[in-house]
Design a protein around this ligand. Sequence first.
Ligand code: SF4
Length: 617
Amino acid sequence: MPIGARTLSKSDYKIARQCDAKLFFRENGYPDNTGMNDYLKLLAYGGYMVDALACARRPDGIALEYGRNHAADFATTMEHLARDDVTLFQATLLWNRRLARADILEKRGNAIRLLEVKTGSIAGDEHADSVAKGGRGSMRGVKSPYHIRNEWKEYLEDVTYQTILLERLLPDAAVTPWLVLVDTSRRSGIDDVPSLFDIERGGRDGAGVRSMRFTGTRDQLAELDILLEVDVSEEVAMLRGDVDSAASVFESMLDEPFDRSWAHHGSKCGSCEFRVGSGVEPNGFEECWGDLALARPHALELFSIGTAKSPDRGPLVEYLVSTGKASLLDIPEAGLRTAKGEIGATAARQLRQIEHTRSGDIWIGPQLRDQVAALSYPLYFIDFEVSRIALPYHAGMRPYGPVAFQWSCHVVDAPGSTPRHSEWLNTESTWPNLTFARTLRDALGDAGSVLTWTAFEASQLKDIAAEHPRFEALDSGLVDWIRDLIGTRFFDLHKCARDQFYHPGMKGRTSIKVVLDAVWKTDPIMREQFLQWTGRRVSASEDPYKALPPLVIAGVEQSVHEGTGAVRAYEAMMYGAERRDERARAQWRELLLQYCALDTLSMVLVFEHWRRTTGIA
Ligand code: SF4
């Protein structure tokens, strides 16, 4: 195969399964808006760790290099596979135009185990229990014909794709496909797990990860026994026909010009990575939607659009496209009601959005005033940052267990008084959850309403108290305090934003950043309060979050504007390549503190806006 010829990689196959048009845009280098955002960086970080752990269990394994010359990489793989007994990492498989890098191949004579390593989790005890009782395990339905559960399809299709390739390349081999997953029924036996990995930095901006290596001892590896290898031969047999024929179709599309019939319109188009801003060329979204891409306000901005129906109870977006419409104001209201004509909470929010987008008016719900007035001072506005990644960092924790590493709190002692700020950020490599909760108890005391944005804080507190066996044993009074806090003092401001308030600038969204930004532009008193409380002047046309100053850390400009970015900053500060660089750690700390403080201050600003607009202030 010539260098540069188009191939159908595993990632190509995966994206084509979402929408045929995406394959064309990806193959032809259309701009997308994923970049390497914080969420993807975090996922990649966890993926590298799990991969490194799986490889560490095979000290005889050979890590193969690979680059743009797929044919040469493939030839190297086949040379190694000519041996009787060999274990390969990142082997290159190439058949026709299909390409895959196999995480792990273990060849013993004629038998090959093909292992795909994923960061996905499985409760190994429940899986084993299902199999022991005659079921087919956690990836399958509980009754005959034991269909494959939707949430496992993507992983299983991935391993099926590779299995087909390997069988075509080595028709005499007996290939067994496996998934390697993190097992949430196991716990880590050791502390400070991230320090056992060596990170090599890479990527375009130098801030990503090129590779990771487990540097711990054999004993430490045994203590970190949290991976489960699951034989997925049956599932691959069920999927292979479908995967093979889909892959053939995708291969045949690789060199074809764009065909509008590949565009499968739906509510998913709203979050499509090829929905780049107008003026960006080439523009995948505009090629799929044609003139309908230019509708303003666009129907895809509707709140919870995935739940909206057409008047004939079919999917709304497909209906609109078929009638040549795409404006939010063209959405038929009849379809938003239930079949009986009733209006639920979601439909009410959708109808409100359409009505007040049309009028341009702000809407204050009939219960907002009473809800705001009923809260008891002092008011505590709180926000947590909690990391949940694949490998448990501390002894006794399970994979994806919560690591509560920061809280921020703004306290308003009496109506209209200047908020006071307090915060806590973990900087120790030990299990932080108990200290997190104790310092929070010191800050919140036993009286006063505690205001959050969404139920996130309540659910995290419940989880950290329940997840670790040491929590209740060390401080049972703390568990009682958490129960009382959640049961009697919490109040969710997000519910007010969703059900009792609408600003046309919010469009279909209700996050604190969106609500703040919408009100910010139209409320000079809010901007003045911000100046008074922070000493920072941010104009009406700026976004207070985006105005947070970035810092250059180890030569790379870094900033934190949202929750996933905060988790990534914490990972970098505690366990990243600069973890032993005190200046870099201090800079990450500064970014984290300024971001989280703004989150709780934003809640105070929005709350004060509501007090004014409801006539309480
Ligand atoms: S905009 Fe819609 S139709 Fe076009 S690629 Fe994205 S998801 Fe597919």
